[in-house]
Design a protein around this ligand. Structure first.
Ligand SMILES: Cc1cc2nc3c(=O)[nH]c(=O)nc-3n(C[C@H](O)[C@H](O)[C@H](O)COP(=O)(O)OP(=O)(O)OC[C@H]3O[C@@H](n4cnc5c(N)ncnc54)[C@H](O)[C@@H]3O)c2cc1C
Length: 286
């Protein structure tokens, strides 16, 4: 594939090699893999929360020559040869509304099937609505589900391992169907426990209460249980709100906050102020 063959606007491309691919969730639940790629480009520069694009070579359905999807950089590590990029990828499937048949998502299955040594074409890194405030007194209110944990883990690593002395409150509300679906907070990988001893950090794990519900419903339950704390934090002038993961979590937060604020008008005014002041970031998908 040559540069000129890439889709318009995606000319900033890189060739990466799969270094490892590890399943992060047990066989009994949805498959999420940690995929590490190496890039022989020492100057590759990224900021926490940014995404890279994965270009899957065609041919694809509907005559598409390329299939391009975004993945959040969970971590980037400089090495002597270049950089290692870490992604967290959920293997996706979808049901065709007409035939009722199940189809594998193209990019997620391409990545989850890739073997060590395989070459992958990447684009980016792409600009992100997520960034860490320069002021260390900022409260970071993070709400997420599924692979939406990736930017939050990158944030936590940055503020506690590299910058250290973060002074604002850091609250992570994370919704999952079951305890084993808690990425970076389960028996396979408990990476986030590294930060449990930080005075300013608190992780609130919201596990689904109903078999029929999904991780978005679980998060809504966790938000409802701590609604007064969240509302209080949101009203502080130095609070930044981040939402990552399923699209429906934004609506779930709205619904709970309308109740807590006492009126939809007050909630919408509050939210609008945060958006205007660039203290509200969303990175939702699926
Ligand atoms: C900013 C951003 C960051 C992201 N970060 C991550 C991450 O860190 N980890 C992660 O796992 N995912 C992440 N995603 C989601 C990811 O980009 C993909 O959307 C996901 O992996 C599914 O892609 P796929 O190619 O496997 O599925 P697809 O083959 O694209 O199918 C997915 C959906 O698209 C629909 N669809 C497919 N083809 C068509 C078509 N031709 N016309 C209309 N609809 C169609 C299907 O119905 C299905 O619902 C992120 C998304 C965004 C926008």
């Amino acid at each position: 594939m040559t540069q000129s063959e890439y889709p318009q606007g995606l000319s900033d491309t890189h060739e990466a090699t799969i270094l490892s691919s590890t399943r992060y969730t047990p066989e009994t639940t949805d498959e999420v893999r940690q995929i590490v790629l190496t890039l022989n480009e020492p100057s590759f520069y990224y900021l926490e929360g940014q995404t890279i694009g994965v270009l899957v070579p065609g041919p694809h359905p509907f005559g598409n020559a390329f299939h391009h999807r975004y993945y959040t950089l969970a971590h980037v590590r400089q090495t002597e040869q270049g950089v290692e990029l870490e992604l967290l990828v959920r293997r996706c499937f979808y049901i065709d509304e007409v035939s009722g048949e199940e189809y594998p998502g193209i990019a997620s299955n391409y990545l989850c099937n890739a073997q060590t040594g395989d070459r992958i074409s990447l684009t980016g890194p792409h600009a992100s609505p997520f960034w860490i405030p320069a002021d260390k007194e900022y409260n970071l209110l993070m709400l997420g589900t599924g692979t939406g944990i990736a930017p939050f883990r990158a944030f936590l690593r940055r503020i506690y391992q590299e910058q250290k002395d973060w002074k604002g409150k850091v609250r992570l509300y994370y919704g999952a169907k079951t305890g084993t679906d808690m990425l970076y907070m389960n028996d396979v990988n408990n990476d986030l426990s590294l930060y449990y001893d930080q005075e300013t950090f608190q992780a609130i794990q919201a596990v689904g209460k109903s078999l029929l519900g999904d991780e978005g419903d679980a998060l809504k339950g966790g938000v409802a249980d701590h609604a007064a704390d969240i509302w209080k934090l949101i009203q502080e002038p130095k609070t930044h709100v981040y939402l990552a993961g399923m699209k429906k979590i934004a609506t779930a937060l709205d619904e709970v906050m309308v109740q807590t604020a006492g009126s939809s008008e007050l909630w919408l005014q509050t939210k609008e102020r945060l958006i205007q002041e660039r203290r509200w970031s969303e990175l939702t998908y699926q």
